[in-house]
Design a protein around this ligand. Structure first.
Ligand SMILES: Cc1ncc(COP(=O)(O)O)c(C=O)c1O
Length: 421
């Protein structure tokens, strides 16, 4: 074969391959749901990025979680995933529960002050200095309706930490309720196996003036993604380790019926509908269902949390500084990069959901993020784009008050937690 023929053949194959690989137009403008939200924010929004909660969807999610927990167990709200007093109170009322799980020292004082009926379990072991700070601020506060000796359980993961908390209790002349973190397979700390329990129980039982056992906490998010049921080997293993700790405590004379036997999270809570090993199941994120929670056991829950951000600028062709030809080539190759918008803010832990079919940004900006779309997306300056946060806990704190939306109206504004001191 002649060299020219080979070259031509090669070029032809490349061109055909390129045509096959060329992205198709994926762009879709707002559907009715997002179009209504867009109208709402243009009418009543503050003209900056906002965090929205769809109240109807959230209520649906709360009901689904409560259904899974069932009447015989306690539903415990994971507050770090829903960081607003009003939001937590809404979930408490709707779910008829006072049980909260907290993860951040300042929020423990806020809850003690503002939600004094709460029953609080701390979700991670904290330096004893955090506990000391809590008791100091609690003493300084004017509202003592919250009784820490009955309503607060500190999480203890090791004998050394127990000794520190015992020392603090002695110093302050108080009784501290401790909940023991147990490793049910996650290997993120806690008592590694039941042989670690007796010496810890002994310390607690020998000092009832200062220490009382509140229960166990065995978190198992490693079950996520296994589509696990009670028959799954990993679930069986989690539950058998858990039962081992409970039996051991019972044999040591502990009244286990009084204990908080906590476990689960949004991803896994549903697994235990027909199991009674744990009597206290936690979930937070599933209430608003950020993107990372599109998982097997949450298929009945609906996305209820969105960032809405205004479009500041629009170009009808892709503009690339210094290299105009690169912009031309890129948008010719990928029709989803034909149009370029700039939105207010950006680079959050979130992905654009409406318009849909938006390719990855060419660069990120927390000030004005570029968003390229195809010509099928025909939004104007001052229209809004919508993103779904990948998680709720940190992202929800970045937008000021949460806008609570119901049937195309903003029905409430709920402040998020603010740290003080
Ligand atoms: C101890 C513990 N329990 C439960 C959860 C579940 O929280 P969520 O339902 O928001 O995933 C977490 C999340 O980090 C956790 O650390």
């Amino acid at each position: 074969m002649k060299r020219r023929t080979v070259l031509l053949g090669g070029a032809g194959a490349l061109a055909a391959g390129a045509l096959i690989l060329r992205p198709s137009d994926q762009g879709v403008s707002h559907n009715q749901y997002f179009s209504d939200l867009n109208d709402l924010l243009k009418r009543s929004g503050p003209g900056r990025p906002v965090m929205l909660i769809d109240l109807n969807r959230m209520n649906h999610n709360i009901d689904a979680l409560v259904d899974s927990v069932g009447p015989d167990k306690t539903y415990r709200i994971v507050v770090k995933s829903l960081p607003s007093v009003e939001l937590v109170e809404h979930v408490m009322n709707r779910a008829s529960t006072n049980a909260l799980m907290l993860f951040h020292q300042p929020f423990i004082n806020i809850v003690a002050e503002m939600i004094p009926q709460a029953d609080v379990l701390i979700g991670k072991p904290m330096p004893v200095a955090a506990a000391a700070t809590f008791y100091r601020k609690y003493q300084e506060s004017s509202n003592h309706a919250f009784d820490p000796s009955k309503q607060l359980q500190w999480l203890i993961d090791a004998p050394e930490r127990l000794a520190q908390y015992q020392q603090l209790a002695r110093q302050l002349g108080i009784q501290i309720r401790v909940n023991l973190e147990i490793d049910v397979g996650l290997h993120r700390g806690g008592l590694p196996d039941i042989s670690a329990l007796p010496p810890i129980l002994e310390v607690i039982q020998n000092d009832p003036k200062h220490l009382v056992l509140g229960g166990f906490m065995g978190y198992e998010p490693h079950l996520t993604g296994m589509e696990a049921t009670l028959e799954h080997e990993e679930v069986k293993s989690v539950l058998s380790i858990y039962r081992g700790f409970v039996e051991n405590a019972r044999n040591a004379g502990v009244d286990v019926n009084q204990l908080t036997l906590n476990g689960a999270g949004s991803h896994t809570l549903r697994i235990y509908e027909r199991d009674n090993t744990m009597n206290d199941l936690s979930a937070g994120s599933g209430v608003v269902k950020p993107l990372d929670f599109d998982t097997f056991h949450l298929t009945d829950n609906k996305p209820a949390l969105f960032i809405g951000t205004p479009i500041l600028k629009r170009y009808d062709s892709l503009q690339v500084p210094v290299m105009p030809l690169a912009g031309k080539l890129l948008s010719t190759w990928d029709p989803n990069r034909e149009r370029l918008y700039y939105v207010y803010g950006g680079f959050w832990k979130a992905h654009i959901v409406s318009p849909s079919g938006v390719p990855d940004a060419l660069f990120h900006s927390t000030n004005q993020e570029p968003v390229s779309t195809s010509h099928s997306v025909d939004l104007k300056v001052d229209d809004y784009m919508f993103l779904r946060p990948t998680q709720s806990e940190f992202v929800m704190l970045q937008f000021g008050d949460l806008l609570i939306v119901k049937d195309s109206d903003i029905v409430d504004r709920w402040p998020v937690f603010q740290e003080t001191g």
